[in-house]
Structures are given as C-alpha cells and as structure tokens.
Design a protein around this ligand. Structure first.
Ligand SMILES: [Fe+2]
Length: 312
C-alpha cells in the first residue's frame, strides 16, 4: 500500500493513557457485568468524518466485506437481516445527517493508518484486565460505528466482549443481564451459537430491566459476551469505537451448539456448567458429528456419494 496516502496517526494532545476505569470495579466486573469507563479518544484525528470517509473509500477498494452498512427507520426488535442495503455507501456517508444510515467499519486495524491506534487501545485494556488474559483471547478487533441522527441499532448479542467508546455525538445504550432467562432464554443462546446471529428476540415488556447508559464523547461502556443490548442515537451524527475480544472459551459455545441439536431431537438439555461429565460428552459428540460432516463434505467435493446423507 502507498503509505504516503495514509493520514497522520496520533494527535499530540492525547495523553499516554487513553482509557480510564476504576480499578476495583474493572477487576470485579470485567466479562461479568456492564460498567462505565472514560477515555480521551474524542480528539483523535482518525475519528474525524473526513478521515472516516477516506477509510470508507479504502475499505471498499481493498476489503469490501469489512464495511457493513444499512439504512432505514429501524426498530429495537428488528432483525439485522431485514434492513435495506441497496444504496451507495459513500453517498450515504456524505449525507449522513439525512440518510438514516448505519456503518460498521470492521477490523479497522487492517487499514495501516489505524494499526498503531489498535495496538495502543488493545494493549491498554489487556493491561487493565491483567493476569493471563493473553492466553484466553482467540481474536481481537477494533470496529468503528458511524450512525445517522436518531438511528437505532437493534437488539442483539455478540460473540465478543466489547469496550464501546463514544467519540462524537450522544446515544443511549441499553444493556440487559445475560443470566436473566426471561430476557435471554437458553434456546435463543443455543440457536445463536449454532446457526443464527439473529436468534435473540427483543421483549419490549422487559425493557425496564435494562441498565441504561448515556454515551457521550469521552465515556464508554464494557459489554460482556452475550449480554443483550441495543442503542438509540440522539439527534446527532455519532461515531463510536468498539474494542473487542473474542475468548478461547469455545467449550461453552460448543455445549450450546450441542444443546441446540439435542433440543431439535426432542430433548431438554441442561445448560452448560451444571454437569461437567455431560458437558464433556456433549462436546465430544458434537466434534464427532462435525468431523463426520467434514469427511462427508470432502468426499462429496471429490465426487463421491453418501447416498441418502447427501445433505451433510
Ligand atoms: Fe453489539
């Protein structure tokens, strides 16, 4: 890549430490409950709209699948798959005030201009978590969200734990307890891990159980893995940075996947954590099924035939 086209990386006014949180609250709540943090990134030059427009152009040219966008008057309970994507993203960014649009710049660190920012932000958070966090992380990522005024980000859960840091504009964030089975039933978690990112259903009658945060430039919120959340932008353009970690903890995800298939067979499986022996047996059975599917796929790709089992 032509590095001369890359904008400057750091604003000299930024302090060395970007993100602040109460140490005791951080240690107690990280990856358990949502909590607020503060940060100094609002003045970072790479989050200004002209730089984000350049980033959009570069992303569309080099990594188009890393720029998600949709448009429309979205409700909190709307599924992501039902949103409008038939428009020009660059035009919608130019007219952000009026376009009702939502942009996700995924894996922004893959753009060379943002690589140092990524390293700094990730290193700070790992430092705050402490302990042996490095060995527990399977994937780390920074994402930038750019949103039109009043736009809603619909209710969902994530595979990653997030630090949502507000850069420009204000927005409301509502975070729910992932252990509340009226809010997030086992069957929805199972379906999410097995096959469907849209599985969790928003229940407006339980909205009053959400913890609400008023995001504004300089503050942010930690959202643990699978904590349901949705957001509503205020009457302003919003830019938000999300620093994400995905954990190695695939065992729990595998048990949820196994439970999804057991439930389809008419069983009523126990959630993970109640019986370690059964949990291990489920994961082994799942890996056996997965291995069989992989073998079947490779046989079919080589032109073989499994007769009635072809759907594998
Ligand atoms: Fe999210």
């Amino acid at each position: 890549m032509d590095m001369s086209a890359v904008p400057p990386i750091l604003d000299a006014t930024l302090p060395d430490k970007w993100i602040d949180a109460d140490t005791a609250a951080f240690q107690e709540n990280f990856e358990r409950k949502s909590f607020e943090v503060s940060h100094h990134l609002a003045c970072h030059p790479l989050f200004q709209l002209p730089q984000l427009m350049d980033l959009a152009e570069r992303t569309l040219k080099t990594r188009p699948s890393d720029l998600y966008y949709d448009m429309g008057d979205v409700a909190p309970g709307q599924k992501w798959k039902d949103t409008n994507r038939a428009f020009s993203p660059l035009k919608a960014l130019e007219q952000l005030e009026d376009s009702d649009a939502w942009f996700i710049f995924r894996s922004t660190q893959r753009d060379p201009a943002y690589a140092e920012l990524y390293r700094h932000a990730i290193a700070e958070i790992k430092d705050m978590v402490g302990g042996d966090i490095e060995s527990k992380i399977s994937k780390e990522d920074i994402i930038v969200f750019v949103t039109s005024p009043n736009r809603v980000t619909s209710y969902h859960i994530d595979r990653e734990c997030n630090f949502i840091l507000q850069i420009h504009g204000e927005k409301d964030l509502y975070v729910f307890d992932r252990e509340d089975r009226q809010i997030l039933p086992e069957v929805e978690i199972e379906r999410f891990w097995a096959m469907d990112n849209n599985a969790p259903n928003y229940r407006p009658e339980l909205q009053n159980r959400a913890k609400s945060y008023k995001l504004a430039p300089g503050n942010g919120v930690h959202v643990p893995v699978n904590c349901p959340h949705w957001l509503k932008n205020a009457d302003n353009i919003s830019v938000t940075l999300s620093v994400n970690f995905q954990f190695v903890d695939s065992l729990r995800a595998d048990i949820y996947r196994a439970n999804h298939y057991l439930r389809k067979l008419g069983m009523n499986p126990n959630p993970p954590g109640q019986n370690a022996v059964r949990d291990r047996a489920k994961v082994m059975a799942l890996s056996t099924v997965s291995a069989a599917r992989r073998v079947a796929r490779s046989v079919l790709q080589r032109g073989g035939s499994f007769g009635a089992d072809r759907e594998a």
